[in-house]
Write a protein that binds this ligand. Structure first.
Ligand code: ADP
Ligand code: MG
Length: 428
């Protein structure tokens, strides 16, 4: 079983939170054992034969983790994220509803009772920044906890697609969409300023639409304004923290970036704002990869994916996720999805593109069957259907089954994996 006694080696961190290149050997651990983290395959844990298991992180890989609450979803995502980061990937987690992906940037790794590391690995902080959208501040009368950086997007950050999501306009709606396009363009060109400017524009003759349509859009604008989602008071863009430039102007890895959406432990009802912000950040990642401001790979970890990529809505975050999977992989984007309700994700462009499924022992039996059917495991397995039951019942409480839909090279079609622990400690 996994080595419970890892080497304690410390990296010293510069004051600004970035690692210095100095690695201090604290316990005299064997230098040769040091792990080289890679960007294209991420150490995930151990097989039942006690061999290390790596999950591929190539451009064609789309991972879906299906698990109910308490089954170890966040543990596994943090584990993947930390090692992907050390392998050189940029990691973005747009939806943290419990502030649990927060890392203590100065404390050693995860608590020893949970520590399962590979020989040569050592617990270490993963430089992480947690951003909370300013529109959530209202839920913290005595102030937002200090580990959050507050930010908000403003008018000039809004794309056509973003306006559609904010105003709840379906881009396929032929009467409303052209008006939104005009508004977005006018704002980008600096012709319109502020909410009043938008209203005046709609009321003017420049917008050629039926009065009822105008009224409808005007109401949508007013209601968006009331929700105070856009502003310039806390101008910052979390994506700018995924990378940095060194003194020689060379682009480097920055922080793991997490968007904290915590409001008393639950995702608030106003999911539209989260979809909007997540989608806008996903757009920004693409723009920055395209113009060379930032280099890939960038992994977007979408936890609670059914909220951000809903089957039956047409929001910017869903569109961006589908576009990431279908168009932007060559730019260096990767997607890891996690949900407890896989049937609420869109089939076309998302579920039908997933090539790696991860499920814990504690999974709804219908979901398990769905995954096994979808990946054709039954027809390839060496086992009869009824012995699968034994395989699952022998899994440890936090073991996961990783199913490869299209195994390549020496990849197995499925494997039972005992997850490695996260490297970093959250909270304090
Ligand atoms: N692989 C694991 N090994 C040991 N304990 C685990 C493991 N995964 C999760 N746990 C324990 O279960 C708790 C809940 O896990 P978590 O990842 O938060 O679940 P989820 O996100 O699925 O609700 C963790 O705080 C941890 O104590
Ligand atoms: Mg969780």
């Amino acid at each position: 079983m996994p080595s419970a006694a890892p080497s304690y080696r410390k990296r010293t961190m510069a004051r600004d939170g970035y690692y210095s290149s100095v690695i201090q050997n604290v316990s005299g651990a064997n230098q040769e054992e040091e792990i080289e983290y890679q960007r294209n395959k991420i150490f995930l844990g151990w097989t039942q034969l006690d061999e290390p298991y790596y999950i591929a992180n190539r451009k064609e890989d789309v991972i879906l983790l299906v698990a109910p609450r308490g089954a170890g979803k966040s543990f596994l995502l943090r584990s993947h994220m930390g090692r992907a980061y050390l392998g050189g990937c940029k990691c973005f987690m747009p939806i943290d509803t419990k502030a649990e992906y927060r890392t203590n940037n100065y404390a050693d790794g995860i608590q020893s009772s949970l520590q399962k590391l590979m020989p040569g690995e050592y617990p270490q902080p993963i430089p992480t920044k947690m951003f909370m959208p300013a529109f959530l501040k209202q839920f913290y009368p005595s102030g937002v906890p200090a580990y959050n950086e507050t930010f908000e997007f403003g008018f000039r950050d809004m794309s056509e697609r973003a306006w559609c999501t904010l105003l709840n306009v379906d881009p396929d709606n032929d009467t409303e969409f052209p008006i939104i396009q005009d508004i977005a363009e006018q704002i980008q060109e600096g012709q319109i300023n502020g909410w009043d400017g938008i209203i005046d524009f709609i009321d003017s003759d420049s917008v050629d639409a039926h009065p009822a349509t105008k009224r409808k859009i005007r109401n949508k604008i007013k209601s968006a304004q009331k929700r105070r989602v856009l502003g310039d008071e806390y101008r910052d863009n979390p994506i700018d923290h995924l990378y940095r430039y060194d003194d020689n102007g060379k682009e480097k890895q920055g922080y793991v970036v997490v968007q904290n959406l915590m409001k008393s432990g639950n995702l608030p009802e106003n999911a539209i704002e989260h979809q909007l912000y997540t989608g806008m950040m996903m757009e920004d990642i693409v723009n920055k990869l395209r113009d060379g401001t930032m280099t890939g790979p960038v992994i977007t970890y979408i936890d609670e994916a059914h909220r951000i990529v809903p089957r039956n809505e047409n929001t910017i975050s869903k569109k961006m996720t589908i576009d990431y999977i279908s168009q932007y992989r060559d730019l260096g984007v990767r997607v890891v999805l996690a949900t407890q309700f896989p049937s609420q994700l869109p089939e076309q462009g998302v579920l039908n593109q997933v090539n790696k499924f991860i499920m814990p022992k504690k999974i709804d039996s219908a979901d398990r069957k769905w995954i096994l059917d979808k990946t054709d495991v039954f027809s390839f397995g060496d086992y009869q259907r009824d012995t699968w039951k034994d395989i699952f019942s022998e899994m440890g409480p936090y073991d996961v089954m990783v199913v490869n839909k299209n195994p390549r090279g020496d990849e197995k079609r499925w494997e039972i994996v005992t997850p490695a622990s996260p490297l970093s400690r959250h909270k304090t």
